[in-house]
Design a binder for this molecule. Structure first.
Ligand code: SF4
Length: 218
C-alpha cells in the first residue's frame, strides 16, 4: 500500500465505528480507550474519557485533556481543573455532582524534542467532528439539564464554527444538540484564567458565568 493510501483521509476521521450502542458509561469508557477514529491517539498516552456522576444535572464540556490529564487518564485534574472546582464551589455548584468531559478525548500537543515540555495544540475542526460521537453518546446517557460550555473549542464542537465565547458567555442558550433540545451556558475555559494578565478579574468573570448556570439549576 502506498503512503498516500495508508492513512484515512481527514474527512473520513470518525469515532463512530468505535462507539458501542449499549452498556452505559462504563462500556463507553472502555470502548473509547481503543478509539482510533483520528490520528490523535498516536502520540497521546491514553484516551481521557468523561468522569463524574452518571445522573449529573450539569455537564461541563472543555476542549481536550492537558498534560496532567493525559498522564493520569482523568479529565480536569491539572491546574485548570483545580481552578474550575474552586469557581464551581464559589458559584454554588458542587463539583462532586457534575459530569466533566472534553470535546476531544486525546491530548494534542507539540514537542520540540523528546523529554521537552509538551505544548498544548488546539484540535482542528475535523478532529473535533471525529470525536463528536463520544460526546453525543455521553449526552444521551447522562441527559444533563444544563451544559456548561468551557471555551471556544467546546463551543465550536457543540454549537458550530461561528461560535464566539465573548459574544455569548454568561447567557442561557437553547439549542438542539445531537438531536436533543439542550440548555447551555457558555463561559471561558479555566486555563484561559490561568494565562490571563489579570487573573483575579478573569476568575471573577468565570465565577459570574457559573452563577448563571447555578441559577438555571436552582
Ligand atoms: S481524539 Fe477522539 S476520535 Fe480521535 S482517536 Fe481520540 S477518542 Fe478517537
Amino acid at each position: 500500500m502506498s503512503p498516500r493510501t495508508a492513512a484515512a483521509p481527514e474527512d473520513a476521521y470518525t469515532a463512530e465505528p468505535f462507539v458501542p450502542d449499549h452498556g452505559g458509561l462504563t462500556a463507553l469508557r472502555r470502548a473509547a480507550a481503543d478509539c482510533r477514529g483520528c490520528p490523535l491517539h498516536r502520540d497521546a498516552t491514553q484516551t481521557v474519557f468523561g468522569a463524574g456522576a452518571a445522573d449529573a444535572r450539569v455537564m461541563l464540556v472543555g476542549e481536550q485533556p492537558g498534560d496532567q490529564e493525559d498522564r493520569q487518564g482523568k479529565p480536569f485534574v491539572g491546574p485548570a481543573g483545580k481552578l474550575l472546582d474552586r469557581a464551581l464551589e464559589e458559584a454554588g455548584i458542587d463539583p462532586g455532582e457534575t459530569y466533566v468531559t472534553n470535546a476531544v478525548k486525546h491530548f494534542k500537543f507539540t514537542q520540540a524534542e523528546p523529554r521537552k515540555r509538551r505544548i498544548h495544540k488546539a484540535p482542528t475542526l475535523r478532529e473535533m467532528t471525529a470525536c463528536g460521537p463520544w460526546l453525543a453518546a455521553e449526552l444521551a446517557l447522562v441527559e444533563p439539564e444544563l451544559i456548561v460550555v468551557l471555551g471556544a473549542t467546546a463551543g465550536k464542537a457543540l454549537l458550530g464554527s461561528s461560535f464566539r465565547v465573548t459574544e455569548v458567555r454568561g447567557t442561557v442558550l437553547e439549542r438542539e444538540i445531537h438531536g436533543r433540545p439542550e440548555r447551555l451556558v457558555p463561559t471561558v475555559h479555566p486555563s484561559s484564567v490561568l494565562r490571563s494578565d489579570d487573573r483575579e478579574a478573569a476568575y471573577q468573570g468565570l465565577v459570574a458565568d457559573l452563577k448563571v448556570a447555578a441559577r438555571v439549576l436552582a
